[in-house]
Design a protein around this ligand. Sequence first.
Ligand SMILES: Nc1ncnc2c1ncn2[C@@H]1O[C@H](COP(=O)(O)OP(=O)(O)OP(=O)(O)O)[C@@H](O)[C@H]1O
Ligand SMILES: [Mg+2]
Length: 245
Amino acid sequence: MPSAISIKDLVKEYPGVNAVRNLSLEIKEGEFFGLLGPNGAGKTTTLGILTGLVNRDSGEVTLFGKDVEKNYVEARRLIGLVPQEFNFDIFEKVYNILDFNGGYFGLSKKERAQRIETILKDLQLWEKRSTPARFLSGGMKRKLMIARALIHHPKILILDEPTAGVDVETRKSMWKYLQKLNKEGTTILLTTHYLEEAEFLCERIAIINKGRIIKLDNKQNLLKLHGKDAKLEEVFTHLTTNDNQ
Ligand SMILES: Nc1ncnc2c1ncn2[C@@H]1O[C@H](COP(=O)(O)OP(=O)(O)OP(=O)(O)O)[C@@H](O)[C@H]1O
Ligand SMILES: [Mg+2]
């Protein structure tokens, strides 16, 4: 059984920046995995390579054995992406944004209608289906991005800071929903700057800094690094501020 996500010796440079440096990572099917790191660590670049938005310089990246460049179409279908920045048409209605995306992935009109209703109800956005996206609150826009990512039943859900600017209550309801998806079998890769979010949701966590992994372990072991009752935030701060490489 291949890994859900397999990254080997991944390298990506921009002029003057080594954004990703020999990064290797295996994520198994069904995992809820956290990718943490300070601003500019290379998280979004790595996720961009996984989803075919950014071309790697070298290395191997496969999703369930499919190479993200050579088997782009098959690999892309396996992923639902929630990008860091809002990138939907703000003048379009919520329903249509999902409908277009479902069409892009080849769902029939009937399938799309059923799927959109289910997802929007799950995310408490059904009442807003006829509202243009620009009239949604910030938290609702984040939920719309999650809804759009899920339209084609992806086996892997990749979330790049999905709860940035989301209030505590809404964030908790999003956590519950993500846990439900994970229990139903979706492999989840999450980046976040809310360390309590990673601590709550993720089983294994990789901390990356300056384009490479400086620590990868399960949550329990990471928390033990800093003694009894440590919070992930303390461990994270210690590791990233003492990284001189
Ligand atoms: N298209 C690009 N052109 C040039 N440099 C880029 C480009 N995209 C990213 N970089 C650089 O690569 C590095 C990694 O950026 P990246 O967006 O992957 O970081 P990140 O870990 O997602 O950070 P954040 O937490 O702030 O979102 C940064 O130094 C960034 O300036
Ligand atoms: Mg980023």
